[in-house]
Design a protein around this ligand. Sequence first.
Ligand code: SF4
Ligand code: SF4
Length: 137
Amino acid sequence: MAGKYVLGYSAETVSEPILWKLTKDYDIRVNILRAEISPGQEGNLLVELDAESEAKLNAALQWLETIGVTWVNVAKRLSWDEDRCIDCGGCSGVCFSGAITLDRSNWKLVVDRDKCIACGGCVKACPMGCFTLDFGE
Ligand code: SF4
Ligand code: SF4
């Protein structure tokens, strides 16, 4: 099973080989999608974590917590206010991950949070303010 996560690094943990340990010790396949980290500073890393089982993924996430790396599941952090949406399609044109599409059978917007890579494009593109990305606790 796979999921996209934003990992939050503190200044203390930013230089540790965390992704290597995830692969070697926890048998997790790691795909880095976006990085905002400077050596010696706090930062965020958007990664896809792929594990053979939910148990293995949970063990890895628990280990991250013990070393002070926070994580949030991206799919759970993208909010879409469907009631405000006027189905103009403006957001679907900027979503390159395929998370937002227009259903051509009824011209209604379809949002698949599991495909979101948290680029923020839809948040800026929507004239109605329908999308928010929240990476807080
Ligand atoms: S944040 Fe980016 S990837 Fe996610 S739904 Fe919006 S445009 Fe698509
Ligand atoms: S840009 Fe906003 S209003 Fe237009 S389809 Fe997307 S969510 Fe709906």
